[in-house]
Ligand binder design. Structure first.
Ligand code: FAD
Ligand code: SF4
Length: 339
């Protein structure tokens, strides 16, 4: 049996009370659904003095359209099940409804929140193990209790993987994240929230919590999708993930939008290192129709060229690299067929 370390639990009811509780207890951790934090604590990857529970903070719940901001506002406490079945999300942001519905299993999606998913700790085959297992390979690694990296033995940084299903999609949809902390509230692009250090991969400031994610409402027709490749069909983190988004030169509800040329392409790949990778140099697809076979070729070759998986999660790295190419191509082709 895996035992938890001892900790106090604090249950504030408002966002300012959460900020105050975090300030009062150095080392405390936020717990939302607990579906990632508790397994990590059972592996003794941290021993916080207290958990600050968000369960009673009603202000973090709900999804609402804000015409003034021109955005869909998603509270950090919204569960993944709620997101997966939300009618407006399914209609306007189907890739996000899909990625939320692909996380783990129904029970985990009923508990797990989008705030917890965005702040999910990075993962690595050498650290998400029991304390005994880590000891058996020579006392852990940079991210746990050691000072070496088993993935990049000469490296000085941790390259554990950002394995959230929703983050690549949110970035592809230009999401922003709202953080509340001792200095007040700030909003920043989700793409700039992450950096390439697996031991501390977010730019959350001390004492901050995530309160909301905002998705700009589409102004033109758009085709988007999320592709997750993993070994099992359920209860499995992605081993390769790709979020696709193409804007088309047509009104959002235009019947013939699929004939319209592409005006912008955003492709974000997950599970490489500690931050998602946005593909560059996709300009060659602009002006083409999605159904043009060149689009799938250009995007999948860019994915293959720009993405080099590491041995931080299971499966052979060259095979995973091929899977990125294959699934990117299939994803673009499926989007073209769907139109
Ligand atoms: C068996 C299993 C399979 C899984 N499979 C997947 C998968 O396929 N894809 C996937 O993406 N995830 C997967 N997960 C991970 C996890 O279930 C989800 O990512 C879930 O969304 C986490 O949300 P939570 O509310 O439970 O977060 P918690 O476990 O409560 O917290 C996770 C982290 O986020 C922090 N946090 C939580 N809320 C906030 C907030 N509002 N502000 C700041 N920090 C916050 C916590 O301090 C903690 O560090 C899996 C987990 C398990 C146990
Ligand atoms: S990438 Fe290296 S340092 Fe980071 S968790 Fe894995 S083995 Fe440890």
């Amino acid at each position: 049996m895996l035992r938890l370390p001892q900790f106090n639990v604090v249950s504030p009811e408002t966002v300012p009370e959460v900020v105050e509780a975090l300030g009062n207890t150095p080392g405390a951790r936020i717990i939302a659904g607990g579906t990632d934090l508790l397994p990590n604590l059972k592996h003794w990857l941290d021993q916080p003095p207290a958990l600050i529970s968000l369960a009673r903070v009603t202000a973090l719940r709900g999804v609402r359209r804000d015409e003034q901001l021109g955005a869909l506002r998603i509270g950090a406490g919204v569960t993944l099940s709620e997101l997966a079945r939300h009618p407006e999300l399914r209609a306007s942001f189907p890739s996000l409804a899909k990625s939320a519905g692909l996380v783990a299993s129904p029970m985990i999606r009923n508990m797990g929140t989008i705030g917890g998913n965005v702040n999910l700790d990075t993962r690595c085959r050498y650290v998400n193990q029991t304390e005994f297992w880590r000891g058996a390979i020579g006392g852990g690694c940079i991210k746990s209790e050691g000072n070496v990296c088993h993935v990049v033995p000469k490296g000085r940084n941790c390259v554990a993987a950002m394995s959230s299903d929703n983050v690549p999609v949110l970035i592809s949809l230009d999401a922003t994240i709202v953080q509340a902390g001792p200095e007040g509230e700030r909003e920043l692009p989700l793409a700039s929230y992450f950096h390439a250090d697996g031991t501390a991969h977010t730019r959350a400031k001390p004492g901050e919590l995530t309160t909301e994610l905002r998705l700009p409402l589409p102004k033109t027709a758009r085709r988007c999708d999320y592709i997750k490749w993993c070994v099992r069909r359920s209860i499995d983190f992605p081993l390769v993930s790709v979020a696709l988004r193409f804007d088309l030169d047509a009104a959002p509800d235009a019947a013939d939008a699929d004939q319209a040329p592409i005006t912008s392409a955003r492709v974000v790949v997950g599970v490489l290192g500690a931050k998602p990778r946005e593909l560059k140099k996709l300009d060659a697809v602009l002006g083409k129709r999605l159904a043009d076979p060149e689009v799938a070729r250009i995007v999948s070759e860019a994915a293959h060229k720009q993405c080099r998986p590491l041995a931080n999660v299971p499966y052979e790295i060259n095979y995973r690299r091929q899977m990125i190419k294959v699934h990117t191509r299939r994803g673009v082709e499926a989007l073209a067929r769907a139109g």
